[in-house]
Design a protein around this ligand. Structure first.
Ligand code: SF4
Length: 407
Protein backbone atom coordinates (compact mmCIF):
# COMPACT_ATOMS: atom_id res chain seq x y z
CA UNK A 1 0.00 0.00 0.00
CA UNK A 2 1.56 3.28 -1.10
CA UNK A 3 -0.69 5.30 1.16
CA UNK A 4 0.98 7.18 3.99
CA UNK A 5 -0.42 7.93 7.45
CA UNK A 6 -0.79 11.53 6.29
CA UNK A 7 -2.85 10.36 3.28
CA UNK A 8 -5.18 8.43 5.60
CA UNK A 9 -5.57 11.50 7.79
CA UNK A 10 -6.34 13.70 4.78
CA UNK A 11 -8.82 11.21 3.33
CA UNK A 12 -10.54 10.77 6.70
CA UNK A 13 -10.95 14.55 7.07
CA UNK A 14 -12.15 15.01 3.50
CA UNK A 15 -14.64 12.15 3.79
CA UNK A 16 -15.77 13.03 7.32
CA UNK A 17 -14.98 9.55 8.67
CA UNK A 18 -13.03 8.30 11.66
CA UNK A 19 -9.35 7.78 10.87
CA UNK A 20 -8.94 4.50 12.72
CA UNK A 21 -12.14 3.06 11.28
CA UNK A 22 -10.94 4.04 7.81
CA UNK A 23 -7.60 2.36 8.39
CA UNK A 24 -9.36 -0.84 9.47
CA UNK A 25 -11.71 -0.72 6.48
CA UNK A 26 -8.72 -0.37 4.13
CA UNK A 27 -6.92 -3.27 5.82
CA UNK A 28 -10.00 -5.50 5.49
CA UNK A 29 -10.60 -4.57 1.84
CA UNK A 30 -13.97 -2.87 2.50
CA UNK A 31 -12.35 0.34 1.27
CA UNK A 32 -9.90 0.43 -1.61
CA UNK A 33 -7.68 3.34 -2.58
CA UNK A 34 -7.28 4.35 -6.20
CA UNK A 35 -3.72 5.55 -6.81
CA UNK A 36 -0.97 3.82 -8.76
CA UNK A 37 2.44 3.93 -7.04
CA UNK A 38 3.80 6.07 -9.89
CA UNK A 39 1.19 8.78 -9.77
CA UNK A 40 1.15 12.09 -7.95
CA UNK A 41 -2.58 12.49 -7.46
CA UNK A 42 -4.89 12.70 -4.51
CA UNK A 43 -5.77 9.11 -3.52
CA UNK A 44 -9.47 8.37 -4.01
CA UNK A 45 -11.13 5.97 -1.53
CA UNK A 46 -14.03 3.77 -2.62
CA UNK A 47 -16.27 1.75 -0.32
CA UNK A 48 -17.15 1.45 3.36
CA UNK A 49 -18.39 4.66 4.93
CA UNK A 50 -16.73 6.95 2.38
CA UNK A 51 -18.93 8.94 0.02
CA UNK A 52 -20.30 7.40 -3.18
CA UNK A 53 -17.93 8.03 -6.08
CA UNK A 54 -18.68 8.68 -9.75
CA UNK A 55 -16.74 7.48 -12.78
CA UNK A 56 -16.93 8.95 -16.30
CA UNK A 57 -16.03 6.83 -19.33
CA UNK A 58 -14.38 8.42 -22.31
CA UNK A 59 -12.48 6.89 -25.21
CA UNK A 60 -11.98 6.82 -28.97
CA UNK A 61 -13.91 4.45 -31.22
CA UNK A 62 -13.01 3.01 -34.63
CA UNK A 63 -15.52 5.52 -36.08
CA UNK A 64 -14.43 8.65 -34.22
CA UNK A 65 -10.84 8.81 -32.99
CA UNK A 66 -10.04 12.35 -31.90
CA UNK A 67 -7.49 12.38 -29.07
CA UNK A 68 -7.92 16.08 -28.39
CA UNK A 69 -11.67 15.69 -28.05
CA UNK A 70 -11.29 12.80 -25.57
CA UNK A 71 -8.95 14.88 -23.39
CA UNK A 72 -11.50 17.70 -23.57
CA UNK A 73 -14.22 15.26 -22.43
CA UNK A 74 -12.05 14.05 -19.54
CA UNK A 75 -11.51 17.65 -18.44
CA UNK A 76 -15.24 18.38 -18.75
CA UNK A 77 -15.96 15.31 -16.57
CA UNK A 78 -13.48 16.51 -13.95
CA UNK A 79 -15.00 19.98 -13.95
CA UNK A 80 -18.48 18.48 -13.47
CA UNK A 81 -17.22 16.55 -10.44
CA UNK A 82 -16.23 13.06 -11.65
CA UNK A 83 -13.99 11.25 -9.16
CA UNK A 84 -12.34 9.00 -11.74
CA UNK A 85 -12.03 8.59 -15.51
CA UNK A 86 -11.98 5.36 -17.49
CA UNK A 87 -10.45 5.25 -20.95
CA UNK A 88 -12.43 2.73 -23.01
CA UNK A 89 -10.71 3.44 -26.33
CA UNK A 90 -11.04 0.88 -29.11
CA UNK A 91 -9.70 3.06 -31.91
CA UNK A 92 -7.06 5.68 -32.73
CA UNK A 93 -3.63 5.98 -31.11
CA UNK A 94 -4.61 4.49 -27.76
CA UNK A 95 -1.16 4.60 -26.12
CA UNK A 96 -0.76 8.26 -26.98
CA UNK A 97 -4.18 9.11 -25.49
CA UNK A 98 -3.38 7.08 -22.37
CA UNK A 99 -0.19 9.09 -21.85
CA UNK A 100 -2.12 12.36 -22.14
CA UNK A 101 -4.85 11.20 -19.77
CA UNK A 102 -2.29 10.13 -17.17
CA UNK A 103 -1.14 13.75 -16.98
CA UNK A 104 -4.55 14.73 -15.55
CA UNK A 105 -4.80 14.74 -11.77
CA UNK A 106 -7.49 12.08 -11.40
CA UNK A 107 -7.39 8.27 -11.04
CA UNK A 108 -7.53 6.55 -14.42
CA UNK A 109 -9.00 3.14 -15.24
CA UNK A 110 -8.69 0.99 -18.37
CA UNK A 111 -9.95 -2.29 -19.84
CA UNK A 112 -6.74 -4.00 -21.01
CA UNK A 113 -8.50 -6.61 -23.17
CA UNK A 114 -9.56 -3.78 -25.52
CA UNK A 115 -5.95 -2.84 -26.20
CA UNK A 116 -4.90 -6.48 -26.70
CA UNK A 117 -7.82 -7.06 -29.10
CA UNK A 118 -7.24 -3.81 -31.00
CA UNK A 119 -3.55 -4.56 -31.44
CA UNK A 120 -4.32 -8.08 -32.70
CA UNK A 121 -6.92 -6.87 -35.18
CA UNK A 122 -4.47 -4.29 -36.51
CA UNK A 123 -1.75 -6.89 -36.97
CA UNK A 124 -3.71 -9.87 -38.31
CA UNK A 125 -7.18 -8.57 -39.10
CA UNK A 126 -8.92 -10.82 -36.56
CA UNK A 127 -9.43 -10.86 -32.79
CA UNK A 128 -9.37 -14.67 -33.01
CA UNK A 129 -5.57 -14.52 -33.44
CA UNK A 130 -5.07 -12.85 -30.04
CA UNK A 131 -2.20 -14.43 -28.14
CA UNK A 132 -2.61 -14.93 -24.42
CA UNK A 133 0.65 -13.13 -23.73
CA UNK A 134 -0.71 -10.03 -25.44
CA UNK A 135 -3.23 -9.58 -22.64
CA UNK A 136 -0.64 -9.79 -19.88
CA UNK A 137 1.81 -7.58 -21.79
CA UNK A 138 -0.81 -4.84 -22.00
CA UNK A 139 -1.66 -5.19 -18.29
CA UNK A 140 2.00 -4.93 -17.30
CA UNK A 141 2.70 -1.99 -19.60
CA UNK A 142 -0.35 -0.04 -18.43
CA UNK A 143 0.49 -0.76 -14.77
CA UNK A 144 4.02 0.58 -15.30
CA UNK A 145 2.65 3.69 -17.02
CA UNK A 146 0.53 4.55 -13.97
CA UNK A 147 -2.99 3.23 -14.63
CA UNK A 148 -4.78 3.19 -11.26
CA UNK A 149 -7.45 0.53 -11.83
CA UNK A 150 -8.23 -2.04 -14.50
CA UNK A 151 -11.36 -3.89 -15.47
CA UNK A 152 -10.42 -7.55 -15.59
CA UNK A 153 -13.01 -9.84 -17.16
CA UNK A 154 -11.95 -12.97 -15.30
CA UNK A 155 -15.50 -14.15 -14.59
CA UNK A 156 -16.27 -15.39 -18.08
CA UNK A 157 -15.05 -18.99 -18.09
CA UNK A 158 -15.87 -22.10 -20.09
CA UNK A 159 -18.41 -22.95 -17.40
CA UNK A 160 -20.17 -19.57 -17.14
CA UNK A 161 -20.14 -19.26 -20.93
CA UNK A 162 -21.95 -22.59 -21.15
CA UNK A 163 -24.62 -21.22 -18.80
CA UNK A 164 -25.17 -18.21 -21.08
CA UNK A 165 -25.31 -20.44 -24.14
CA UNK A 166 -28.01 -22.57 -22.52
CA UNK A 167 -30.01 -19.54 -21.33
CA UNK A 168 -32.92 -17.82 -23.03
CA UNK A 169 -31.39 -14.36 -22.71
CA UNK A 170 -32.81 -11.65 -24.95
CA UNK A 171 -29.55 -9.75 -25.45
CA UNK A 172 -26.89 -12.42 -24.78
CA UNK A 173 -23.49 -11.03 -23.77
CA UNK A 174 -23.44 -7.22 -23.93
CA UNK A 175 -20.17 -6.44 -22.15
CA UNK A 176 -17.67 -5.45 -24.87
CA UNK A 177 -14.76 -7.17 -23.10
CA UNK A 178 -16.95 -10.17 -22.33
CA UNK A 179 -18.09 -10.61 -25.91
CA UNK A 180 -14.50 -10.32 -27.25
CA UNK A 181 -13.31 -13.00 -24.85
CA UNK A 182 -16.35 -15.22 -25.52
CA UNK A 183 -15.66 -15.15 -29.24
CA UNK A 184 -11.97 -15.95 -28.69
CA UNK A 185 -12.76 -18.75 -26.21
CA UNK A 186 -15.31 -20.38 -28.51
CA UNK A 187 -12.86 -20.28 -31.42
CA UNK A 188 -9.76 -21.49 -29.58
CA UNK A 189 -11.66 -23.77 -27.17
CA UNK A 190 -9.29 -22.48 -24.48
CA UNK A 191 -10.05 -21.27 -20.95
CA UNK A 192 -10.09 -17.49 -20.36
CA UNK A 193 -6.43 -16.66 -19.60
CA UNK A 194 -7.49 -13.86 -17.24
CA UNK A 195 -9.15 -16.52 -15.08
CA UNK A 196 -6.67 -19.36 -15.60
CA UNK A 197 -3.60 -17.20 -14.90
CA UNK A 198 -5.21 -14.85 -12.39
CA UNK A 199 -2.35 -15.28 -9.92
CA UNK A 200 0.19 -14.30 -12.53
CA UNK A 201 -1.89 -11.22 -13.35
CA UNK A 202 -1.89 -10.21 -9.67
CA UNK A 203 1.90 -10.57 -9.54
CA UNK A 204 2.23 -8.22 -12.51
CA UNK A 205 0.24 -5.41 -10.93
CA UNK A 206 0.79 -5.80 -7.21
CA UNK A 207 3.89 -3.63 -6.82
CA UNK A 208 2.30 -0.88 -8.90
CA UNK A 209 -0.72 -0.72 -6.56
CA UNK A 210 -3.19 -1.17 -9.37
CA UNK A 211 -6.71 -1.98 -8.14
CA UNK A 212 -8.48 -4.87 -9.88
CA UNK A 213 -12.02 -4.04 -10.93
CA UNK A 214 -13.56 -7.47 -11.52
CA UNK A 215 -15.63 -6.95 -14.65
CA UNK A 216 -19.08 -8.49 -15.00
CA UNK A 217 -18.68 -9.88 -18.49
CA UNK A 218 -22.09 -11.55 -18.23
CA UNK A 219 -24.04 -8.57 -16.97
CA UNK A 220 -27.62 -8.28 -18.22
CA UNK A 221 -28.12 -6.08 -21.27
CA UNK A 222 -31.83 -5.54 -20.72
CA UNK A 223 -34.15 -5.71 -17.73
CA UNK A 224 -35.60 -9.03 -18.93
CA UNK A 225 -32.14 -10.62 -18.48
CA UNK A 226 -31.48 -9.12 -15.04
CA UNK A 227 -30.54 -11.32 -12.08
CA UNK A 228 -30.47 -14.46 -14.23
CA UNK A 229 -28.44 -17.59 -13.60
CA UNK A 230 -25.48 -16.54 -15.78
CA UNK A 231 -25.15 -13.20 -13.97
CA UNK A 232 -25.31 -14.81 -10.52
CA UNK A 233 -23.03 -17.69 -11.46
CA UNK A 234 -20.41 -15.17 -12.58
CA UNK A 235 -20.90 -13.13 -9.39
CA UNK A 236 -20.24 -16.21 -7.23
CA UNK A 237 -17.05 -16.85 -9.18
CA UNK A 238 -16.00 -13.21 -8.73
CA UNK A 239 -16.54 -13.62 -4.98
CA UNK A 240 -13.81 -16.28 -5.02
CA UNK A 241 -11.49 -13.99 -7.00
CA UNK A 242 -12.02 -11.22 -4.42
CA UNK A 243 -10.52 -13.56 -1.85
CA UNK A 244 -7.59 -14.36 -4.17
CA UNK A 245 -6.88 -10.62 -4.56
CA UNK A 246 -7.00 -10.05 -0.82
CA UNK A 247 -4.68 -12.98 -0.15
CA UNK A 248 -2.25 -11.51 -2.69
CA UNK A 249 -2.49 -8.02 -1.16
CA UNK A 250 -4.10 -6.47 -4.24
CA UNK A 251 -6.99 -3.99 -3.91
CA UNK A 252 -10.20 -5.22 -5.52
CA UNK A 253 -13.70 -4.02 -6.32
CA UNK A 254 -16.50 -5.77 -8.18
CA UNK A 255 -18.44 -4.44 -11.15
CA UNK A 256 -22.18 -4.95 -11.33
CA UNK A 257 -25.10 -4.49 -13.68
CA UNK A 258 -26.11 -3.02 -16.08
CA UNK A 259 -29.84 -3.14 -16.69
CA UNK A 260 -31.93 -3.97 -13.60
CA UNK A 261 -35.58 -3.18 -12.80
CA UNK A 262 -35.95 -1.04 -9.67
CA UNK A 263 -37.48 -3.84 -7.60
CA UNK A 264 -34.40 -6.07 -8.11
CA UNK A 265 -31.69 -3.53 -7.30
CA UNK A 266 -31.64 -3.98 -3.53
CA UNK A 267 -31.33 -7.78 -3.88
CA UNK A 268 -28.46 -7.34 -6.35
CA UNK A 269 -26.53 -5.11 -3.96
CA UNK A 270 -27.12 -7.34 -0.92
CA UNK A 271 -26.07 -10.41 -2.89
CA UNK A 272 -22.87 -8.77 -4.14
CA UNK A 273 -21.93 -7.52 -0.68
CA UNK A 274 -22.51 -10.95 0.85
CA UNK A 275 -20.90 -13.08 -1.86
CA UNK A 276 -17.95 -10.73 -2.36
CA UNK A 277 -17.24 -10.20 1.34
CA UNK A 278 -18.06 -6.47 1.36
CA UNK A 279 -15.76 -5.63 -1.54
CA UNK A 280 -16.66 -2.19 -2.95
CA UNK A 281 -19.43 -2.47 -5.53
CA UNK A 282 -19.04 -0.53 -8.78
CA UNK A 283 -22.34 -0.45 -10.68
CA UNK A 284 -22.79 0.48 -14.33
CA UNK A 285 -25.91 2.60 -14.03
CA UNK A 286 -27.91 0.49 -13.43
CA UNK A 287 -30.44 1.47 -16.06
CA UNK A 288 -33.94 0.73 -14.78
CA UNK A 289 -35.88 0.63 -18.05
CA UNK A 290 -34.96 -0.16 -21.65
CA UNK A 291 -37.21 2.49 -23.22
CA UNK A 292 -35.37 5.68 -22.21
CA UNK A 293 -32.71 5.94 -24.97
CA UNK A 294 -31.84 9.61 -25.34
CA UNK A 295 -32.43 10.00 -21.60
CA UNK A 296 -30.50 7.00 -20.30
CA UNK A 297 -28.51 9.29 -17.99
CA UNK A 298 -31.79 9.75 -16.09
CA UNK A 299 -32.66 6.02 -16.19
CA UNK A 300 -29.10 5.32 -14.95
CA UNK A 301 -29.24 7.95 -12.21
CA UNK A 302 -32.51 6.51 -10.85
CA UNK A 303 -30.92 3.06 -10.67
CA UNK A 304 -27.64 4.46 -9.34
CA UNK A 305 -29.37 6.32 -6.51
CA UNK A 306 -31.29 3.23 -5.41
CA UNK A 307 -28.23 0.97 -5.71
CA UNK A 308 -26.03 3.37 -3.74
CA UNK A 309 -28.73 3.89 -1.10
CA UNK A 310 -28.61 0.12 -0.52
CA UNK A 311 -24.82 0.01 -0.35
CA UNK A 312 -23.25 0.31 -3.83
CA UNK A 313 -20.09 2.42 -3.55
CA UNK A 314 -19.15 3.59 -7.00
CA UNK A 315 -21.39 4.68 -9.90
CA UNK A 316 -20.30 4.48 -13.49
CA UNK A 317 -22.10 7.27 -15.27
CA UNK A 318 -24.42 6.86 -18.22
CA UNK A 319 -24.75 9.62 -20.81
CA UNK A 320 -27.77 10.73 -22.87
CA UNK A 321 -26.15 9.09 -25.90
CA UNK A 322 -25.92 5.61 -24.31
CA UNK A 323 -27.07 2.93 -26.80
CA UNK A 324 -27.10 5.57 -29.56
CA UNK A 325 -23.71 7.19 -30.27
CA UNK A 326 -20.27 8.12 -28.94
CA UNK A 327 -20.91 10.83 -26.32
CA UNK A 328 -19.81 14.40 -27.00
CA UNK A 329 -18.55 16.88 -24.40
CA UNK A 330 -22.04 18.04 -23.41
CA UNK A 331 -23.22 14.41 -23.04
CA UNK A 332 -20.28 13.75 -20.72
CA UNK A 333 -21.12 16.79 -18.62
CA UNK A 334 -24.78 15.82 -18.33
CA UNK A 335 -23.89 12.22 -17.53
CA UNK A 336 -21.56 13.21 -14.69
CA UNK A 337 -24.07 15.65 -13.19
CA UNK A 338 -26.86 13.05 -13.32
CA UNK A 339 -24.64 10.50 -11.53
CA UNK A 340 -23.46 13.10 -9.01
CA UNK A 341 -27.10 13.79 -8.13
CA UNK A 342 -27.66 10.04 -7.68
CA UNK A 343 -24.50 9.65 -5.58
CA UNK A 344 -25.33 12.60 -3.36
CA UNK A 345 -28.98 11.54 -2.96
CA UNK A 346 -27.74 8.14 -1.77
CA UNK A 347 -25.18 9.74 0.55
CA UNK A 348 -27.97 11.84 2.08
CA UNK A 349 -30.07 8.69 2.58
CA UNK A 350 -27.06 7.08 4.28
CA UNK A 351 -26.66 10.12 6.56
CA UNK A 352 -23.73 11.78 4.82
CA UNK A 353 -23.11 15.22 3.33
CA UNK A 354 -26.42 16.79 4.40
CA UNK A 355 -24.67 20.02 5.43
CA UNK A 356 -24.49 21.01 1.78
CA UNK A 357 -28.27 20.69 1.38
CA UNK A 358 -28.72 22.76 4.51
CA UNK A 359 -26.46 25.49 3.12
CA UNK A 360 -28.55 25.66 -0.06
CA UNK A 361 -31.83 25.63 1.88
CA UNK A 362 -30.65 28.42 4.18
CA UNK A 363 -29.51 30.57 1.26
CA UNK A 364 -32.78 29.88 -0.57
CA UNK A 365 -34.83 30.97 2.44
CA UNK A 366 -32.83 34.22 2.56
CA UNK A 367 -33.08 34.70 -1.21
CA UNK A 368 -29.28 34.83 -1.23
CA UNK A 369 -28.72 33.70 -4.81
CA UNK A 370 -24.93 33.93 -4.86
CA UNK A 371 -24.63 31.84 -1.70
CA UNK A 372 -27.11 29.29 -3.08
CA UNK A 373 -25.17 28.90 -6.35
CA UNK A 374 -21.93 28.28 -4.44
CA UNK A 375 -23.22 24.99 -3.00
CA UNK A 376 -25.02 23.59 -6.04
CA UNK A 377 -23.77 20.66 -8.12
CA UNK A 378 -23.88 22.77 -11.28
CA UNK A 379 -23.69 26.47 -10.34
CA UNK A 380 -23.06 27.56 -13.94
CA UNK A 381 -26.29 26.07 -15.20
CA UNK A 382 -28.32 27.41 -12.26
CA UNK A 383 -26.89 30.89 -12.80
CA UNK A 384 -27.53 30.74 -16.55
CA UNK A 385 -31.15 29.60 -16.10
CA UNK A 386 -31.88 32.40 -13.64
CA UNK A 387 -30.13 34.90 -15.90
CA UNK A 388 -32.30 33.99 -18.91
CA UNK A 389 -35.41 35.69 -17.43
CA UNK A 390 -35.22 38.87 -15.39
CA UNK A 391 -37.81 39.39 -12.63
CA UNK A 392 -39.09 42.90 -11.97
CA UNK A 393 -37.94 42.53 -8.35
CA UNK A 394 -34.34 41.23 -8.52
CA UNK A 395 -34.64 39.61 -5.10
CA UNK A 396 -37.14 36.98 -6.34
CA UNK A 397 -37.39 34.93 -9.54
CA UNK A 398 -39.85 34.86 -12.44
CA UNK A 399 -41.65 31.76 -11.13
CA UNK A 400 -43.85 33.57 -8.58
CA UNK A 401 -42.70 37.21 -8.77
CA UNK A 402 -44.58 39.27 -6.19
CA UNK A 403 -46.10 36.07 -4.76
CA UNK A 404 -42.66 34.77 -3.74
CA UNK A 405 -43.22 32.81 -0.53
CA UNK A 406 -39.60 33.27 0.52
CA UNK A 407 -40.01 37.03 0.28
S1 SF4 B 1 -40.30 33.42 -6.70
FE1 SF4 B 1 -41.13 31.41 -6.14
S2 SF4 B 1 -39.69 29.95 -7.05
FE2 SF4 B 1 -38.68 31.96 -7.08
S3 SF4 B 1 -37.55 32.04 -5.19
FE3 SF4 B 1 -39.50 32.92 -4.68
S4 SF4 B 1 -40.75 31.20 -3.96
FE4 SF4 B 1 -38.96 30.33 -4.98
Amino acid sequence: MNITAQDIKTIAEREGVDREALQKAIASGRVIILKNARRHIEPVPVGGDTTVKVNANIGMSPEIADEKKEVEKAKAAMKAGADTIMDLSVGGDTWSLLKRLLKLEIPLGTVPVYEAALDTVRRTGSILDMEEDALFNVIERQAKMGVDFMTIHAGITKKTLETVDRSTRVTGIVSRGGSLLARWMRHTEKENPLYRDFHYLLELIKDHHVVVSLGDALRPGCIADATDRAQIEELILLGGLVEECRRAGVGVMVEGPGHVPLNEIEANVLLQKKVCKDAPFYVLGPIVTDIAAGYDHIAGAIGGAVAAMHGADFLCYVTPSEHLALPDVEDVRQGVIASKIAAHAADVARGRGRHRDLQVAGARAKLDWEEQFKHLLDPERACAVRGRRHPRDPRVCTMCGDFCSMK
